[in-house]
Design a protein around this ligand. Sequence first.
Ligand code: AMP
Ligand code: MG
Length: 500
Amino acid sequence: MSAPSDSLSNQISHIDRFLTTSRFANLPPTFFTHLRPTPLTNPYLVAVSQSQAQALTIPPSQYDQRDVVEFFTGNRLPNETAPLASVYSGHQFGVWAGQLGDGRAILLGDTLTKDQQHLEVQLKGAGPTPYSRSGDGRAVLRSSIREFLCSEAMHALGIPSSRALCITGSDQYVFREEPETTAVVTRLAPSFIRFGSFEHWYYNRRHDELRVLADFVIDHYYPECREHPNPYRSFLTTVTHKTAELMALWQSVGFMHGVMNTDNMSILGLTLDYGPFGFMEAFDEGHICNHTDQQGRYSYKMQPSIGNWNMHALGQALLPLIGSVEDTQAALSVYAGSFTDKWSTLMRAKLGFTTRQETDKQLSDDFFTLLQENHADFTLSFRKLSALDNAISAKDADLLDLFIDREGLKAWLERYRTRLQLESSDEVQRQTSMLATNPKYILRNYLAQNAIEKAKNKDFSEITKLLSLLERPFDEQPENEVYAALPPDWAKGLEVSCSS
Ligand code: AMP
Ligand code: MG
């Protein structure tokens, strides 16, 4: 852990130069509270994302050095750092929840990537803030590992997400269902502003701040909206489009967020705030990955319509800036088309179609019906479909074995193969492109659970192992075949606690 003295000054200067004042901190003081993280005792490195670290200015090899660990735990920050927690509000499970905020995430500042991109650096679990309500401001190691792995896995799947740089841990305990040790995740995104950040000012009838926030987001992230006669309408249209596309991307890999409250919806269309998320295994469109969500509001099949509901919550909040219900409605109306276009593009890629045929939607819907009736594993079904030959071959058995209704699947495959004849690409091209679209490795709950169990005994090797696996989700990785297998029996009843 300790740094050799000759590299110490070098290392400190890396830390000193890592942060710049966050652009967010230029907003008026009503948007946040300046405060410093609460230190954790004897922190240690749990994991680091080498690929993310490589894009930044602290060399990846230095993350296990004491000063770096202390820095990313929030224990020792350069003097000029001005950390802050931001305020926001939100609708939780469809009900207005009033003021929330960064109850346990502290924004240290921005960092500039090697290619000069601004990323906000947040420490999640860095101690209480004025917005913690009754919470302790901490995050447990278990949920931190899940957030870390899933952020990086989503990025590798090509799905917009906040990133995770590293986890540091401490033996300090907090109480959830049982005592658990705490951790801090360093997460990065161009902005962590949420729909709820806008709702906050709207419901407090503070339209001046609402405008300041919208102008800030437009200027920094959506400057093209300024060219529109009504920039706020254009902004809402763009966010609607991005959100609809994000929902299609989630659906296409079977990702379920679990808590799609408006305070967890990124204004940049990123996947944000990983809690009790899950990836679909045995397909069931009604699957609920958050066991406190008894109504299934955030089940797999509901995500696209909840994305639209959340957009309407944002639309309501932006109404005073846009000026008319008609203009607001016009902006929101792009949702359905954006979702359908993206979904059909993704599905055609997943099925290996490069041309557009009238029957494609029916064929795709019918495959989903088969997945549902057979509760076939979502990821493996598409993966094994990708490897099929254009004519019936021995490989068919790999796919058929996932289905109980083999005759039903055979009948569908016959139609599918007839459809493939309309493609100009050859068999190998199709297989290659499908295998680059349908992942082999996803973050199955039981895989995360195995890494968590080992980590409880201070063995962090499985986190690193999973990270390297999930960074290449489309590659065959024969040495890791076991990680692509169906979940073991013990994992079937695995419930992910929503406490974090
Ligand atoms: P979530 O649904 O996990 O995104 O959390 C909803 C809100 O509760 C956010 O504003 C969090 O900052 C806050 N929160 C969650 N857990 C804690 C905690 N242990 N301490 C303080 N605030 C928390
Ligand atoms: Mg949240």
